[in-house]
Write a new protein. Structure first.
Length: 136
């Protein structure tokens, strides 16, 4: 973090917690190079979710400067109340799609929207509740 960013933190009266420091850290890779972590979560949350999923799958921590930057971005993303749940849901959707592909039964796929987004198509269509039937 540069002196200007540290000065902004101190001027705002923020504690120098790791999250606050990381929010002013700049990306050192890809198309958003030069943008702060905070900017990324405010303006490109979909990209951040994709990055976090990819980094999680890799499971390898590279000790290069870019590798450390990626690791810190991953930590910052996972501390967000938005990224971790979105990433988890995305993994569940992928798993359900894989099961549907393996079994040939698309009923295993998740609905993916509304209050029933975690329900499989099969669960939803087989429900006998009136509000579910109206929804269908």
């Amino acid at each position: 973090m540069d002196q200007e960013a540290r000065g902004r933190l101190l001027a705002a009266g923020d504690r120098l917690s790791e999250s606050n420091v990381l929010s002013f850290t700049e990306l050192q890779f890809r198309q958003y190079r030069g943008q702060t972590f905070k900017w990324l979560l405010e303006n490109a949350v979909g990209w951040a979710i994709g990055f976090a999923k990819s980094y999680h799958r890799e499971g390898v921590h590279n000790v290069s400067a870019v590798g450390v930057n990626k690791h810190k971005l991953y930590e910052y993303c996972m501390a967000s109340p938005v990224i971790a749940p979105a990433m988890d849901f995305s993994f569940r959707v992928e798993d359900a799609c894989q099961t549907a592909k393996e079994t040939g039964d698309v009923g295993h796929r998740l609905l993916e929207f509304s209050d029933y987004r975690d329900w499989s198509w099969w669960e939803f269509y087989e429900s006998d509740k009136a509000k579910h039937l109206r929804f269908v």
